[in-house]
Design a protein around this ligand. Structure first.
Ligand SMILES: Cc1cc2nc3c(=O)[nH]c(=O)nc-3n(C[C@H](O)[C@H](O)[C@H](O)COP(=O)(O)OP(=O)(O)OC[C@H]3O[C@@H](n4cnc5c(N)ncnc54)[C@H](O)[C@@H]3O)c2cc1C
Length: 466
């Protein structure tokens, strides 16, 4: 007789493992299937965590070289890439093992192997020795995440033509790297290799980077990246990518039809990610997918099959780890009759470059499109005393508030610790706060968060320090 569970989660990423832990906390007999050999999904293994490790270390490498100008002379600064990679790998191992410990602690059964649907209550698991097991379950949560997209006919070898996964483990610093796609993954990885010594050139189809971001922030971001040495080919389409003896040639054409061949030793293709439904055998239960191959769900994450649910990158919405986690918790709570809920209006997005960029809620462009009257408050880090004190003054805070009610509708920050500062606005928005609520909250001095307070004051044109 095969083992029987109340709920089985397929996929051990931030959506899946968090969901499994919450289900077990709520008293359900739960299993989590993961095919990768380690838990934590894209995020911990080949995404958020390794990229942030390299971003931090490469930033330190870059900064330390500039310290002599500030009176700290420490001689020759050399890069040991091998050690840097080992450090990154250590962070990944510690965290993925930590998730394994958490599953155990919460009594979630961790099943290693590839899961596929055999019927609506049976899952076939094939392990890395091709041994097959079938388990029974009352309910199924699909949390199989996403995988990188490439161009048709272009093979990603993860050495010369790489996805983000290859860009996280290059064994030497490329002389020249072409990044195709000016989204957050390309710009983060481009920043890493640029700081370590590569010449980085971005090819972007649109006329702006980071699509979907508030345009004013996106323009400022591009200006800063250019100042850091990154080059941009905007409104350019990639025609071919061909490997040669020394690396690769990316042939591009701009909006006026001018062609250009960009030679490089590494090409990073970061043009997006697609939902991962490969090998799930969705046909066995006639599970609905949409035109972009995402599993279709209702607002309670239920698919067209009564007992099957889906969350995270494999469904609609921003492909972000915290969005997947929150959906994991919401679906688990819904399954025991609680009111699990995700507020899609307050999901922050952060780009961990230097300076960081962070957004929440509506952009100015979206408010215009909605015909929503709004007020804008802005405050530059140039006028923030903490930023001044440590000479980290690039960027600004922008808060958008409802014209009549003053309710905060969105906030966009480019500057030091933007990824941490945005959390304050997230809480404010969850509580339906007005810009004045933020402005009247006492903020410690001297902190970067005072720039948030001043931007909130500036919504009603009463900032003090500008
Ligand atoms: C380079 C990079 C940097 C990123 N940085 C950030 C960041 O800073 N912040 C952020 O919020 N997001 C970031 N992301 C995005 C983030 O990693 C994803 O949004 C998040 O991991 C999605 O979680 P998930 O649980 O839906 O899927 P995943 O994390 O993709 O996990 C799905 C898991 O399911 C497993 N799986 C798939 N099919 C099966 C099957 N049939 N059987 C068993 N197991 C299966 C996969 O092996 C995988 O481990 C980054 C992504 C990349 C690539």
């Amino acid at each position: 007789m095969s083992e029987k569970f109340q709920v089985v989660v397929i996929g051990g990423g931030p959506g899946g493992y968090v969901c499994a832990i919450r289900l077990a906390q709520l008293g359900l007999k739960t299993a989590c299937i993961e095919s990768r050999g380690s838990l934590g999904g894209t995020c911990l293994n080949v995404g958020c965590i390794p990229s942030k490790s390299l971003l931090k270390l490469s930033e330190e490498f870059h900064n330390v070289k500039g310290l002599a100008n500030k009176g700290i002379e420490i001689g020759d600064v050399k890069l040991n890439l091998d050690k840097m990679m080992k450090n990154k790998n250590k962070a990944v191992t510690v965290l993925t093992k930590g998730v394994e410990f958490l599953l155990k602690k919460n009594k979630v059964t961790y099943l290693k192997g590839h899961g596929s649907l055999k019927s609506k209550n049976e899952i076939l698991i094939k392990d890395d020795q091709n041994k097959e097991t079938v388990i029974q379950t009352e309910k199924i949560i699909i949390a199989t995440g996403s995988v990188p997209v490439s161009f048709p006919g272009v093979e990603i070898d993860e050495k010369i033509i790489v996805s983000s996964t290859g860009a996280l483990k290059l064994d030497k610093v490329p002389k020249k790297m072409i990044v195709i796609g000016g989204g957050y993954i390309g710009l983060e990885m481009g920043s890493v290799w640029s700081r370590l010594g590569a010449t980085v050139e971005v090819v972007e189809f649109l006329d702006h980077i980071t699509p979907g971001m508030d345009k004013e922030i996106s323009s400022e971001f591009m200006k800063i990246l250019k100042k850091q040495g990154m080059k941009f080919n905007m409104q350019c389409k990639v025609e071919t990518i061909k490997k040669n003896k020394s690396g690769a040639v990316v042939s591009i054409v701009d909006k006026d039809g001018n062609k250009n061949n960009l030679e490089c030793d590494v090409v990073l293709i970061s043009i997006g990610r697609k939902p991962n439904t490969e090998g799930l055998n969705l046909e066995a239960v006639s599970l609905d997918i949409d035109e972009r191959n995402r599993i279709r769900t209702d607002k309670n994450f239920k698919t067209n099959v009564e007992n099957i649910f889906a969350i995270g990158d494999v469904i609609t919405g921003p492909m972000l780890a915290h969005k997947a986690e929150d959906e994991g918790i919401a679906v688990a709570e819904n399954l025991v009759g609680q009111s699990g809920h995700v507020n899609y209006d307050t999901i922050p997005g952060v780009i961990y470059t230097s300076p960081e960029v962070a957004s929440i809620g509506k952009t100015e462009e979206q408010l215009k499109e909605l015909n929503q009257d709004y007020k804008v408050g802005k405050f530059s880090f140039m006028a923030n005393s903490r930023a001044k004190a440590i000479d980290d003054t690039e960027g600004f805070v922008k808060i958008l508030a409802h014209k009549k009610t003053d309710k905060v509708l969105g906030a966009h920050i480019i500057g030091p610790h933007a990824g941490e500062l945005i959390a304050e606005i997230g809480i404010a928005m969850e509580f339906g706060a007005s810009a004045e609520d933020i402005a009247r909250t006492c903020h410690a001095h001297p902190t970067f968060s005072e720039a948030v307070k001043e931007a909130a004051l500036s919504v009603d044109k009463r900032a003090i320090h500008s």
